[in-house]
Design a protein around this ligand. Structure first.
Ligand SMILES: Cc1cc2nc3c(=O)[nH]c(=O)nc-3n(C[C@H](O)[C@H](O)[C@H](O)COP(=O)(O)OP(=O)(O)OC[C@H]3O[C@@H](n4cnc5c(N)ncnc54)[C@H](O)[C@@H]3O)c2cc1C
Length: 417
């Protein structure tokens, strides 16, 4: 590594997905010089065909996006979640009469969170990246290797350029090459499930209710979306299916596909019709043994990727963003080296417990509910009904779903960074 070269930026973020780009914009908004490198073309990732998912954004994450000046650009596409209804059922047999109902009025009058199309999130982040000072997005571009010295990191890019920074952040998703190169091991396993995703139009309005219907193959979620411009009522489906059956479901004609959805969800929203594309994601879990190394921090799916059963993966990543941004900005305000070990240790301590709890909860729920064993079915149905009748326990679960429990970074609490 050359020693005389000046820094090109303070923080180099490799991976400009929803998590990496949010960190870049948050730091740049706080005056930190940032470069984000992503191997994908921005036009491709904003195209309608790239990602048909809509994400449940918890209230705490929404507050963090607002604090970073990013929420307004996506707010028009955000459907407030007023209630969440959790039921257990069988295909074609409808939902069990024992259920769990979260009502936002049990907490206060504000929504529990919002459903936003990933395309709208990506569009808002890229539009802001094009105009926010102190942030440079290099895409499509590759990091070929990263050298991490005692006081600098230096990246070699695909076009031969070298970039020097104080801190490197790995935000390249599950397969993170920087995590691998740093020798950080992971615990990982695949679920025998795939997540089928599409948007459906339905006859009746959803009233802001999100449904999570547990079926033997896994959870079937119907997430309320904003109405289309022509007034069509819409919801986003995340349909967990046996991995070996998912390709056959994906290949069904429009009517058969809609009929399979109706067999799983029922007719409470009237006639259903899938609109737009279909996507299928293999489901897996991954957890890095460490989130930091010398001058390197892992965030988002590069550090932890979880089952979408509770719609929390992106929310975990946004909490990483809020915690790392706070650790970096606080160090910088004190005149400290923002890539030094103490700053990174603060970030890691902050994030580990929250992540471990969600990994245990999502993995446990998936195992408990994704089967048709009669004794387990009875236990879980009684469990749902019991939680439903215990307001303090219900409020605790709602606090988790809203991302508002634990030792929270300032941005998640709705305060300035
Ligand atoms: C079916 C499904 C439904 C989900 N629903 C929800 C939900 O409702 N709510 C929720 O909170 N979460 C949800 N999630 C999880 C959420 O989508 C992920 O946690 C989130 O997208 C992770 O974002 P990321 O930016 O960390 O990683 P990615 O989205 O994987 O982004 C990684 C970025 O890094 C870039 N990259 C990769 N390698 C390199 C490289 N070598 N060099 C440069 N750039 C690179 C890629 O181009 C990409 O832009 C869901 C997941 C699935 C599968």
């Amino acid at each position: 590594m050359q020693t005389s070269k000046a820094a090109d930026c303070e923080v180099l973020i490799v991976g400009g997905g929803m998590v990496g780009l949010t960190l870049g914009l948050t730091l740049a908004g706080a005056g930190v010089e940032v470069i984000v490198v992503d191997r994908a073309d921005p036009a491709t990732v904003q195209d309608a065909a790239f990602d048909g998912r809509a994400s449940a954004i918890a209230r705490g994450s929404q507050q963090a996006l607002a604090g970073a000046g990013l929420w307004d650009a996506m707010a028009a596409s955000a459907q407030p979640i007023l209630d969440i209804r959790v039921t257990d059922g069988r295909i074609g047999a409808g939902a069990s009469s024992l259920f769990l109902h979260y009502d936002h009025r049990d907490v206060d009058d504000a929504p529990l969170g919002c459903i936003v199309e990933n395309r709208a999130v990506r569009g808002a982040l890229h539009a802001e990246a094009a105009r926010r000072g102190r942030l440079r997005l290099l895409a499509p571009q590759q990091v070929i290797d990263l050298e991490r010295g005692p006081s600098w990191v230096e990246a070699r890019l695909g076009d031969g350029r070298r970039l020097r920074a104080r801190l490197a952040v790995a935000a390249e998703g599950r397969t993170s090459p920087l995590r691998e190169a740093a020798g950080i091991r992971t615990t990982a396993w695949s679920y025998p499930q795939a997540g089928i995703v599409c948007t459906v139009a339905h006859e009746r309005p959803h009233q802001g209710v999100a449904h999570e219907h547990f079926l033997p193959a896994g959870p079937f979620a119907m997430l309320p979306m904003t109405d289309a411009e022509d007034g069509t009522h819409r919801s986003s489906i995340v349909w967990t299916e046996r991995r070996d059956l998912a390709p056959a479901m994906m290949a069904l004609g429009p009517q058969d596909f809609a009929a399979e959805i109706a067999r799983r969800f029922g007719d409470s929203l009237g006639r259903l019709e899938a609109i737009g594309g279909r996507w299928s994601y293999p489901l897996s879990l991954l957890h890095a043994e460490r989130y930091v190394d010398r001058r390197l921090a892992l965030i988002g799916d590069a550090a932890h990727a979880i089952h979408p059963i509770a719609g929390q993966g992106l929310n975990l990543g946004l909490r990483d963003v809020a915690a790392l941004a706070e650790a970096v900005v606080d160090a910088r305000r004190l005149g400290l080296d923002l890539g030094e070990a103490g700053v990174l240790a603060r970030y890691e301590r902050w994030r580990r417990l929250d992540t471990l709890m969600l990994i245990a909860a999502t993995d446990g729920l998936n195992r408990l509910f994704s089967n048709d064993l009669a004794p387990l079915r009875l236990v879980r149905d009684l469990g749902l009904a019991a939680v439903n009748r215990l307001p303090p326990l219900k409020r605790l679960f709602m606090g988790h779903a809203m991302g508002l429990l634990g030792d929270l970074p300032r941005l998640i609490r709705g305060e300035a960074l």
